[in-house]
Design a protein around this ligand. Structure first.
Ligand code: HDL
Ligand code: ZN
Length: 418
């Protein structure tokens, strides 16, 4: 049932004034140079739009698309998805929201005027402007020391922007074990393909060294649908249990598990080539039970797993569902998932993260999310008012801060007595 207009308006007003902490992005500190993507060419070549333009122009081969310089790729996307067709997809609408919010022409025949605007921006000032327009206070990066470009920046050192917090992403180091053994050895960690000997302690040293160096606020890994725990046969499960969790516990930081991605089902699409699969909710529950003093931030990729994740979080207070991840970050699913979580978990979850790869996307991902999440919350408040419990502006301010200031990343858990 939609909320009364005044309640909905009050929630929207207060939400607009509530700064958000964005707990998962692929953005980088502006001091990290070209790693931070921004501007119209990056916006239009976002991998979501690459997938969509190749569906619109089935005659364009993947090779010819990838061989095209990025500005020409962007122009093709603009012409095919925004001029010759109506840009109804969420990824298209997002670009329009960004342009409109920046005061640019979202109905332009070509990109020349828009390009002039971005050419006149400098990254530092633009970061301030985007954070302000998006109502975002800080973002968590996705950091990978096994990326040579990124590692060189950390080893050289740079002045940190406090709005860009680091997380240590473990996919390249652990997910395809023993595929990364050579890279870890090259970084000075005496690992070998089997997990016997010093390997596990050396992986722990890698995790501890780099968590310290970047001040990682959590350890994160994406997992395929076949992830199981317990599973003594799987190297990855053993690495998570015997290396990742001990280091997270030692450092008092959460472990973020992002489950249900099937990598490179269409490898020719690059970043756009991954697909979705289910998750074994029991694996998450078993981890939360066996490691009750560790916070597991959990986001799953399949719509049909959202309810099971809410049930698991009701069983274990150290499971914190977060965000409407990737293929779930569409209005009708954000609405459904947020209502489900409010009804089953109250305020003990993190409703959204942006997953931004391009700085400017913060504007649309948070504007669209505030619109939907705010309306779901207002409807819940309306239910309460009709049940005799008035909801004040102070209540709304408190609730939105609880949901969006990132406090659940640092929730305190009792030490587990042996
Ligand atoms: O693994 C992840 O963190 C995912 O978010 C991928 O980066 C994915 O390609 C993505 O950008 N989703 O929005
Ligand atoms: Zn991501």
């Amino acid at each position: 049932m939609p909320a009364s207009r005044s309640l909905a308006a009050t929630v929207a007003r207060i939400f607009k004034q509530t700064p958000a902490t964005d707990i998962h992005t692929h953005l980088f500190d502006p001091a990290m140079g070209p790693l931070l993507l921004w501007g119209i060419d990056e916006l239009l070549t976002y991998h979501y739009l690459v997938a969509e333009v190749l569906r619109a122009r089935t005659d364009v081969s993947l090779k010819s698309f990838w061989d095209t310089p990025k500005p020409a790729q962007a122009e093709l996307v603009w012409q095919e998805l925004f001029v010759r067709r109506t840009p109804v997809s969420e990824a298209c609408r997002g670009v329009l929201t960004v342009l409109q919010t920046l005061g640019l022409n979202a109905n332009a025949e070509n990109l020349s005027g828009i390009r002039k605007y971005f050419a006149a921006q400098n990254v530092r000032g633009y970061v301030d402007q985007v954070f302000k327009l998006a109502g975002v206070e800080r973002v968590y990066m996705t950091n990978d020391p096994l990326n040579p470009t990124e590692r060189a920046l950390w080893e050289k050192g740079f002045g940190r922007d406090p709005r860009f917090l680091a997380t240590l992403r473990l996919d390249s180091a652990l997910k395809d074990w023993p595929g990364s053994v050579g890279n870890l050895i090259a970084m000075g960690y005496a690992v070998d393909t089997s997990l016997a000997g010093r390997t596990l302690s050396e992986v722990r040293r890698y995790l501890a060294d780099w968590s310290q160096r970047i001040d990682a606020r959590y350890l994160a890994i994406s997992l395929a649908p076949n992830f199981r725990y317990p599973d003594v046969t799987a190297s990855l499960t053993n690495l998570i249990v015997k290396a990742v969790i001990p280091v997270a516990r030692e450092r008092g930081i959460p472990v973020a598990l992002m489950i249900g991605v099937r990598k490179a089902v269409n490898p020719l699409l690059g970043d756009a080539g991954d697909s979705v699969g289910g998750a074994d909710i029991a694996a998450l529950e078993n981890l939360a039970r066996d490691f009750g003093d560790v916070t597991f931030l959990a986001t799953l990729l399949a719509r049909e797993d959202m309810h099971g994740l809410c049930v698991a979080a009701r069983k274990f207070k150290n499971i914190i569902p977060f965000g409407c991840w990737w293929f779930l970050n569409n209005p009708f699913l954000v609405r459904e998932i947020t209502a489900m979580r409010l009804e089953m978990l109250g305020l003990s979850f993190v409703p959204q993260h942006s997953d931004c790869r391009v700085l400017d996307q913060l504007i649309y991902k948070w504007m669209h999310s505030r619109e939907i999440i705010g309306s779901v919350l207002a409807a819940k408040y309306d239910d309460l008012e009709r049940a005799g419990r008035p909801v004040s502006a102070a209540d709304i301010r408190r609730d939105l801060a609880t949901l969006f200031d990132g406090r659940l990343i640092n929730q305190r858990l009792p030490a587990v007595t042996a």
